[in-house]
Design a protein around this ligand. Sequence first.
Ligand code: HEC
Length: 160
Amino acid sequence: MGSLIRSRRFPTQVPLRSLGFVLVAAFCFACGKDDAGQPKVAATPPAPVAEAPELPAPAAVEPVSEETRATYQWYCAQCHGLKGKGNGINAKWLTVPPRDHTKAEYLETRTDQQLFDAIQQGGLAVGRAPCMPRWGNTLDEETIHALVRYIRELCECEAL
Ligand code: HEC
């Protein structure tokens, strides 16, 4: 056996390959040793915990302005309700109930663009009922974007 192994090492290409293996093996062992150094303590490493404080940062998205809330109360609440629950004073007269803007189950299946289009161009534009009016002639794009963000606040949900 020994002589067989030795005879395999004589051709020039084989030692090069073996060298590669040795190097890879050396690295693996090196990693292994580092990990194995404090395996059980490091098994639940502090790294993810250290990253955790970064998570609240995206949540620091500013709440929409009072102006946006007022816009919603003025233009949307009579159908969608003062708190966006779809129970505005006008709701019972509509053939299709106004969307409940606090309902995440539905709203998280919609993209922000779909909500934007529904507001700007009306329900029909996104395959919804025409009793959701179009607001593109009344509200500018910035206001509509803000309303979409407000709806995301109301549903406490994220876009699809
Ligand atoms: C005249 C009543 C009425 C008013 C006023 C109204 N909506 Fe609606 N809205 C509806 C109805 C009804 C639906 C549900 C359409 C459907 O489910 O087919 C709806 C649906 C929506 C949707 C969801 C679209 C979807 O994907 O189902 C959004 C977003 C929306 N309205 C935003 C607004 C905003 C913002 C305002 C104020 C600028 C507003 N609506 C004003 C009646 C109204």
